[in-house]
Ligand binder design. Sequence first.
Ligand code: G3P
Length: 216
Amino acid sequence: MKFFIDTANLDQIREAMDLGILDGVTTNPSLMAKEGIRGEVNIRKHYVDICNIVDGDVSAEVIATDFEGMIREGQALAALHPQIVVKVPVIKEGIKAIKYLSSQGIKTNCTLVFSAGQALLAAKAGATYVSPFIGRLDDISTDGVELVAQIVDIYRYYDLKTQVLAASIRHTMHIIQCAEVGADVVTCPLNPILGLLKHPLTDIGLEKFLADHNKK
Ligand code: G3P
């Protein structure tokens, strides 16, 4: 399973990269705004800065919601850097845009996915990634991980090549559960990734090893 970090914060991206386990980055307009990155020129420069830190795919989201606008933006984003993946919402125009961009050899990430039907259309259109938002489903008393499992099953059944990128991950158990059901990628903030390391028995054990080593 690949680990992506879901942030536009360069320090957090560097920290995850330093860990040696980072496979890519996802962003969205809210995450860019959170970092105070505004305006087309600054936003595009920030995507290039992210690409220069990481080795893997970097998702950059279109703002347009019409087909022509999405194509225009998608092509411009893809031209910024070979690592850019164009993130497109799963609406009617978005599916058409994914089909077109895929036919041009541009990688896509179909976002805001909340149902297996949406994921099926994204894969049919040739999306590189599909992003089910599991935390936001949990927020409305619906099992987000269950959706990830359902999409994985459908894709495997038909041998669809779109990778299941579990997004809107809020805590470490989401990561473990996504791994259990066969997600190809998880994307989450730095904290849940670091949270995977935490275990009191590790801390107690290490403390004892060091104390024993230092005994006179
Ligand atoms: O990748 C999608 C993600 O950023 C959404 O997360 O926590 O806003 O639901 P969240």
